[in-house]
Design a protein around this ligand. Structure first.
Ligand SMILES: NC(=O)c1ccc[n+]([C@@H]2O[C@H](COP(=O)([O-])OP(=O)(O)OC[C@H]3O[C@@H](n4cnc5c(N)ncnc54)[C@H](O)[C@@H]3O)[C@@H](O)[C@H]2O)c1
Length: 439
């Protein structure tokens, strides 16, 4: 993500089209939320771009602007939404089905939501076993499907008079795929698309179409998608910003808040058992072991990286970490996540922490979608290409440059994000050293 100091940032002029793959619980809660905020019905709670501030210079300077006043972000009034889904329902009907937001609120937003009708999806049930739908594109092979997407995106941009676009994957979690030799180069990837190779999942076809069209891409699910050498090379070559994977909400958000605290006080960990009940469509998809495996890998990696057992063997070597998701329809989107944390302190004496997080998955995810759309657009206008590690803050399984381990500690992630914004505007980075106040 190299950028010159005091980078030139093109202004956020004109409309920004936000293309969402998947028009389910997360996407509709995001779109409805933005419409509600625009009408003054609610506040953008949970969104760093809308509510966050950034300290500049010394503590004595009292310079603390809002993030959105500090960097030139697209304004909410300039956002236009488009989506693909395998079901043909409008955003209004999809939001009603998702059952996250109250009917009364949705009724007031009916007009803008009704207008958003999903385009036909690139879909193959091999990759999401629990779903089947009719609103699906047909084509000779995966390469041809990608061309259809590219043409459709260009037409959508013209029709909606957008000056810029971003694409966010908020569709179902695909089955677990490992990197395959066909993912190595752009050439081998394109050849594999033409041959309908099974290592090319639908999410990769969307990502390819985005990058070919010069559109930044974020991956909100744990699928490999854009985290393969071929697509990372394409992003660099076409100077497009990318980031992923898997929105950091719910239980993993809690984990990356609490684990850094335990480690900072050198408290040990015997084990961390996490279980969830979840009843929305995401829960249903994750009930399939192959999709769950993708999610499990994403959720499990967090603690190892934060606690660094190889650096602190007497505190963290061999701790037990278990993650379960159980599909339980009565709960809908209102997930309940339990954590039992077995820690130990001075002289090895054991203690326990219990967390019962009654959260709302899509309420936590929606502001992340907003921030990612705005920050990716900013990155693109600032000429930042390839993996945007500074957006790790939003992901369970942050994508990094090859050979770099991901940073999971949410406080380090936040510092990295804010320092990137300071860097973009040519402000001093904040180290929190502060010795100068005592000279
Ligand atoms: N809500 C959260 O807190 C959270 C956190 C992290 C990750 N995620 C991920 O975000 C994604 C969306 O979550 P959700 O709760 O909105 O799920 P959802 O099931 O409500 O919505 C997903 C939508 O994607 C559609 N879809 C599936 N494959 C598609 C394809 N190839 N093309 C177009 N549409 C497709 C489905 O038909 C569905 O409408 C999931 O992968 C989920 O794991 C959600």
């Amino acid at each position: 993500m190299p950028v010159d100091k005091q980078a030139e940032i093109n202004p956020a002029e004109g409309k920004l089209g936000v293309l969402l793959v998947g028009l389910g619980a997360v996407s509709t809660t995001f779109i409805a939320g933005v419409e509600a905020i625009k009408k003054g019905f609610a506040q953008p709670i949970g969104s760093l771009t809308q509510m966050g501030t950034i300290r500049l210079g010394k503590r004595t300077e009292n310079r603390v602007p809002l993030v959105k006043d500090f960097v030139p972000l697209a304004q909410l009034k300039d956002l236009v939404f488009g989506a693909w889904d395998i079901f043909p329902e409008s955003a209004y009907d999809a939001a009603l089905n998702a059952g996250v937001l109250e009917k009364e609120l949705l009724a007031q937003l009916k007009e803008p939501l009704r207008k958003i009708k999903p385009m036909k999806a690139v879909f193959d049930q091999t990759y999401v076993k629990r779903l089947s739908g009719t609103n699906v594109k047909t084509g000779e092979n995966k390469f041809e499907l990608a061309q259809q997407l590219i043409d459709e995106i260009a037409g959508w941009k013209r029709k909606n008079k957008c000056s810029r676009l971003v694409m966010i994957w908020a569709a179902s979690t695909e089955i677990f795929l490992k990197r395959h030799p066909v993912h190595k180069t752009i050439e081998s990837f394109e050849k594999a698309m033409r041959e309908n190779h099974k290592a090319i999942a639908p999410s990769m076809i969307y990502a390819y179409a985005a990058l070919k069209s010069g559109i930044p891409f974020a991956n909100g699910a744990p699928n490999l998608t854009v985290d393969i050498p071929a697509l990372m090379t394409l992003a660099d070559k076409n100077k497009v910003a990318i980031c992923g994977k898997d929105f950091k909400t719910g239980q993993t958000l809690m984990k990356t808040i609490i684990a850094p605290g335990l480690k900072s006080r050198m408290l040990g960990l015997h084990g961390w058992y996490s279980t969830n009940i979840l009843g929305n469509r995401d829960g249903e998809v994750l009930d399939d072991p192959d999709s769950f495996k993708t999610k499990e890998e994403s959720k499990l990696s967090v603690l190892e990286y934060i606690l660094q057992p190889e650096v602190y063997p007497s505190l963290y070597k061999g701790f037990s970490h278990v993650v379960r998701i159980n599909y339980y329809p009565p709960r809908g989107d209102n997930k309940e996540g339990w954590d039992n944390i077995d820690i130990f302190g001075w002289l090895g004496y054991p203690m326990q922490i219990k967390i019962d997080f009654l959260c709302r998955d899509s309420i936590l995810a929606a502001p992340i979608v907003l921030d990612l759309a705005l920050f990716l657009d900013l990155a693109q206008r600032a000429g930042m290409k390839g993996v945007q590690e500074w957006l790790s803050f939003y992901f369970k399984s942050p994508q990094t440059a090859p050979g770099l381990y991901p940073e999971h500690d949410i406080f380090i992630q936040l510092m990295k994000l804010k320092n990137t914004l300071r860097h973009l505007r040519g402000e001093d980075l904040i180290t929190h050293l502060g010795l100068e106040y005592y000279d």
